[in-house]
Design a protein around this ligand. Structure first.
Ligand code: SF4
Length: 452
């Protein structure tokens, strides 16, 4: 760990929103539950299986959100708690053991099984942690069985990943004695993004880099006092706490969204591992320049447009920072379901002073604020998007921002485009609707129009 520390190329002249007041609301909220995280987690950890212990509603949520194909043998399922279980007429533990045994007999490729709690399993107080211990002992060493809660009572949708990874931390092996410092990137990233970051870290000369979660449950990264970790996602408070309890140190940084976010995120690792400023500049310059040029094109669509964030994924503050600083958008309101001050400190410092921040939700009040702000685009959950579109507002589904690879230099322009596209579509509709009306009035069939 030698060499001059690299310099972070950002200019937060003021403290931005570091000390800004935050409107805290605790009312009715409109968000998905933590079960949703299974959709991206099961794709990432390729030998893991997620067994939701829940109701038919839970099963429908997962199946429709993941677009399951029957013949695809998905790596998640729901053990449905039925009326007999709810009435206490059946022994849920016995039934669960039977389901798990059948599943593991049929699917020998499963190496890690998560029992995922839901609202119904919590209501009947089914102790999934004891079930996981019991089943782990039974199937050890072929299969590790863990549990976490994805219940809507406890979690919003990205917190499901946090709960899942936090449950996995105690299983991470300890590093060898006197092992050198290692970097761990924490949070699910698309494989393509992970590969890009791995290449950049390698070019920077930062030895061995581990990703958590890993692609295979059999390759759990070691963690200990020699671990320096970077959060790739902003919603991993419990996971970070669990890693710190194992002695790992978090590298404070903004999140890798946009050119600036990616640069400062990489910079935090470069600084911790003593990479010289010159090496950092040389390694990152080509990708930075490419991404900046691609963003300039999106800027023409987005600059000056006003955006309103409903709280949903906890990505709202990093996204707002990216959209305001790199694309010139104006922030009408930035809502987040939960504000972790220390994990967001670097992001808040980069937000424009005076940004309206809110934490939690009282959905009717927030809808009123949104209607009165009349933003050009609204980022919200699926449940709010259609009603707002019907009122004439342009929306972007928050969940799409979690499912799409958006981190890193190569994805910066794609991320900007996710916001530009609905605006372009709305502008086209605004032009075409009067044309269509005029054509219909003149007696021509509307089907003749290219976009009808
Ligand atoms: S866990 Fe709760 S909120 Fe989520 S689908 Fe099941 S019942 Fe609904």
């Amino acid at each position: 760990m030698n060499g001059a520390a690299a310099v972070i190329p950002i200019q937060p002249a003021s403290r931005g929103c570091a000390d800004a007041p935050v409107l805290k609301e605790r009312g009715q909220r409109e968000v998905f539950c933590g079960l949703t995280g299974i959709i991206w987690l099961h794709r990432k950890i390729q030998d893991a299986f997620f067994l939701v212990v829940g109701s038919r509603t839970c099963a429908h949520l997962i199946q429709s959100a993941a677009g399951v194909m029957i013949f695809a043998e998905p790596r998640f399922a729901t053990a449905i708690i039925d009326e007999r279980d709810l009435a206490g007429l059946a022994d849920c533990n016995e039934e669960l053991d039977r389901v798990v045994t059948r599943l593991l007999d049929r699917r020998p490729e499963i190496k890690l099984l998560f029992l995922v709690g839901s609202c119904p399993s919590e209501v009947i107080k089914l102790d999934l942690s004891r079930a996981a211990q019991r089943l782990s002992a039974q199937f050890n060493p072929a299969v590790r069985v863990l549990n976490y809660s994805g219940s809507g009572i406890e979690t919003t949708f990205t917190q499901g990943e946090d709960a899942c990874l936090a449950s996995l931390v105690p299983s991470l092996p300890a590093p060898a004695a006197h092992a050198p410092a290692e970097l761990m990137v924490v949070g699910t990233l698309a494989d393509v993004v992970e590969d890009q970051f791995a290449r950049l870290f390698q070019q920077l000369g930062i030895g061995l880099v581990r990703f958590f979660p890993p692609r295979q449950a059999t390759q759990l990264p070691p963690v200990g006092p020699n671990t320096r970790f970077l959060l790739a996602q902003p919603f991993l408070a419990d996971t970070a706490l669990a890693l710190e309890a194992r002695g790992a140190q978090r590298l404070a940084a903004p999140y890798p969204l946009g050119v600036e976010g990616t640069t400062t995120w990489l910079q935090a690792a470069a600084t911790a591992f003593g990479i010289s400023a010159q090496t950092f500049a040389e390694v990152t310059a080509p990708a930075r320049e490419r991404a900046s040029a691609a963003l300039a094109r999106q800027r023409t669509q987005l600059a000056g447009k006003r955006i309103f964030f409903f709280p949903d994924s906890q990505l709202e503050i990093p996204l707002a920072r990216f959209l305001s600083r790199e694309l010139g958008m104006a922030l009408a309101e930035v809502g987040t379901p939960y504000l972790h001050r220390s994990h967001m400190a670097e992001e808040l410092a980069l937000l424009p002073e005076g940004t309206f921040l809110s934490e939690g939700q009282d959905v009717e009040k927030q809808l009123d604020r949104c209607r009165s702000a009349q933003p050009d685009i609204v980022v919200c959950g699926l449940g709010l998007a259609n009603p707002l579109e019907a009122e004439g507002l342009t929306t972007k589904w928050a969940i799409e921002l979690v499912f799409t690879p958006i981190q890193g230099y190569e994805q910066a322009a794609d991320l900007a485009e996710l916001f530009a596209r609905p605006l372009v579509r709305r502008a086209r509709l605004a032009v075409e609707m009067p044309v269509r009306t005029a054509v219909v009035a003149a007696g021509t069939q509307p089907e003749a129009l290219p976009c009808s």
